[in-house]
Design a protein around this ligand. Structure first.
Ligand code: GP9
Ligand code: MN
Length: 620
């Protein structure tokens, strides 16, 4: 045994390190000793396997292989830690290949690093030093056949034992994959990545195998759920210009709220009083963040459980709002002062049939008018309106703001409210950047009025996704005056503002609407307001104004919200009290939630809309 000590030492070091990282860098919920035990052994089978390969190597290559591989494995672990600090989530292969994004992350990455991160590579350094100095433990002894056999038998046994335990803990773990934490908790982070690679190749095969009969099933489901439009509002904005604004990282909890006694969103609070405001509206984004929100809003499909659909399925056939409106004489454009390839937008916007994408190169961006991720929102809107003026009308347009983005940087001169005081720098800095974006929206509306583009428009503002992740729960609880943020509270914090403003209509009869709803509902709602029937279209949302609109929303992680209950992390909560209740209360909706995500995924993975007959729809 002692002859193979270097391999075993490597496995031991990486194993213990991985477990320490699990406990310190990720927030993995453990409910029993058994779960803790599974978590503990989970990295082992992969590490034994990957370093076991060294036993087949010659003297020259073995130690080099061990050092390099341990570096790669450590790097994968560290990359996950960095990713987790920002997204509270683990990396998936599609996200990893978004090199454009990773490059642009620049600032944020530094913000996420700590000096103590050196710890992640200490063992690699130690192994490299041992190999270099040829200390006795690192000296080469060829492995016997017998040892190799025993070694790999043990590896397989451990892997099966792990899988078996995981199966008792979580049946169907491998087939229901939208919860990454569960996978990592049970299989270990490395096996998870292997599994993710398999999934990726499978989804490639899925398109090849899909056929049109799958779409027929989905069409039946969608037709059965179609709700009649609200008669009074159908067509109320017919022929108007459409102006949509994606409000970066804006959550509902800041609306009508204060920080140190000062209003955080004075403009929006006022604007809401002249609009339809939805205060139970949820974002449904996954790893694709802003781009997922865009995808949902304009396709009324769900984004994917892993990766950003803007990346993974950008060349699919879609039937997005810009394409539909083209048949009604609309010109479409999108405005975003970032690199055009970020989130693969340049490719995806073509599939969504946008006529024009005003990106970074269309703006005058200088040191002075930038902060954080780029052009500040006020100059962004000012310059955008100059472009907007030149478009043919009616137009359908979308504006994507940027200043209120993690890490929420802002110059002193732009801070209109003070930072908050808590242990979270992120939450503290969130308020001034939200306030800044609010000011930018005010400027935007003023400019629209000045240019005569306001009266004949319908304006829709939505929050794209959360800005404050679970990592800041403690500070968040402090801000909200609670003892803690429970899983129930966490779901409720996924509410983002939705404001529909129709000059001449909503200013006369503003309304706060508390129906449970989500981003998926925006497309059919807008089309109905424009007087376009959505019957026979494939969409999972419902018209927010329809009398029969269900109080129901499914989040991308499988959580869902109904009129009276919230279902998340396998538990059902009473909305009034926030207290966990018997699962039977949530039961009636479980199937629907699962079904919708499943159907939507089928459409995206199988590229099923290529079988959809648009001709028939457009003739109506
Ligand atoms: C990038 C911007 C922000 O162009 O939309 O993206 P996010 O990180 O929020 O998805
Ligand atoms: Mn965003």
């Amino acid at each position: 045994m002692k002859n193979y000590r270097f391999v075993l030492l490597t496995v031991l070091l990486l194993w213990l390190k991985t477990y320490l990282v699990y406990k310190n860098s990720f927030d993995i919920k453990i409910e029993s000793w058994k779960q803790e035990f599974i978590l503990f052994i989970s990295p082992l089978s992969f590490l034994l396997f990957i370093f076991g390969l060294a036993l087949f190597m010659s003297e020259k290559r073995r130690n080099r292989y061990i050092v390099i591989t341990s570096f790669i494995v450590s790097f994968v672990l560290y990359a996950n830690v960095m990713f987790y600090r920002f997204f509270s989530d683990f990396i998936t292969i599609p996200v990893l290949f978004q090199t454009n994004n990773m490059g642009d992350l620049g600032n944020s990455v530094f913000e996420l690093m700590n000096v103590s991160d050196i710890f992640f590579f200490l063992d690699v350094a130690l192994l490299a030093w041992m190999a270099y100095k040829k200390v006795s433990i690192a000296q080469y002894v060829p492995a016997t056949k017998r040892f190799r056999r025993t070694y790999f038998l043990a590896t397989v046994a451990i892997a099966l034992f792990n899988l078996g335990l995981a199966e008792t803990e979580r049946p169907e773990l491998l087939t229901r994959t939208f919860d990454r934490e569960m996978l990592i908790k049970n299989l270990g982070i490395y096996n998870y990545h292997v599994y993710d690679i398999i999934l990726q190749s499978r989804s490639k095969a899925q398109r090849a195998l899909a056929d049109s009969s799958e779409l027929a099933d989905i069409q039946n489901y969608v037709n059965a759920n179609e709700k009649a439009p609200n008669k009074e509002l159908f067509g109320i904005a017919k022929g108007r210009n459409v102006i949509i604004v994606s409000m970066e990282s804006l959550q509902s909890f800041v609306i009508n709220n204060t920080v140190n006694g000062q209003e955080i969103t004075p403009f929006l609070n006022d604007f809401i009083k002249q609009s339809y405001y939805f205060d139970n509206f949820y974002h449904q984004t996954g790893q694709g963040k802003t781009s997922d929100a865009e995808f949902i809003i304009e396709n009324s499909l769900y984004p994917l459980g892993r990766g950003a659909v803007f990346f993974t399925h950008a060349t699919n056939e879609y039937n997005a709002t810009p394409e539909i409106l083209k048949n009604y004489g609309y010109y479409s454009a999108v405005f975003h002062a970032n690199n055009k390839s970020f989130w693969n937008r340049d490719v995806m916007y073509q599939s969504m049939k946008y006529d024009r994408f005003f990106s970074m190169t269309d703006y005058n961006i200088t040191e002075e008018n930038s902060v954080g991720w780029g052009l500040k929102d006020i100059p962004f809107f000012e310059q955008s309106v100059q472009h907007l003026k030149t478009l043919p009308q009616p137009f359908y347009t979308k504006f994507i703001t940027l200043t209120n983005h993690f890490p929420f940087e802002l110059g002193e001169e732009d801070k209109m409210v003070p930072e908050y005081t808590s242990n979270s720098r992120t939450l503290n800095r969130y308020f001034p950047t939200v306030r800044y974006m609010d000011e930018a929206l005010k400027v935007f509306i003023e400019q629209l009025k000045k240019e005569g583009l306001y009266e004949n428009s319908i304006i829709i503002l939505y929050g794209d996704h959360y800005g404050i992740s679970e990592n800041h729960n403690k500070a968040m609880a402090q801000y909200l005056g609670r003892d803690e943020i429970t899983p129930f509270d966490h779901v409720q914090l996924q509410r983002v503002p939705l404001i529909i403003h129709i000059p001449g209509v909503t200013d006369k009869h503003p309304k706060v609407i508390s129906k449970v709803s989500g981003q998926i509902d925006v497309k059919p709602t807008l089309l109905h307001l424009l007087g376009i029937n959505t019957r026979n279209q494939i969409h999972f949302g419902e018209d927010l104004f329809s009398k029969d609109k269900l109080d129901f929303v499914v989040l991308r992680d499988g959580s869902f919200v109904t009129k009276d209950y919230v279902y998340t992390k396998n538990a059902c909560y009473d909305k009034k009290t926030g207290v966990e209740v018997d699962a039977s209360h949530c039961e009636p909706y479980m199937e629907k939630a699962r079904q919708e995500l499943d159907y939507s995924d089928k459409i995206v993975y199988g590229d099923l809309l290529r079988f959809y007959n648009k001709q028939q729809e457009n003739k109506r």
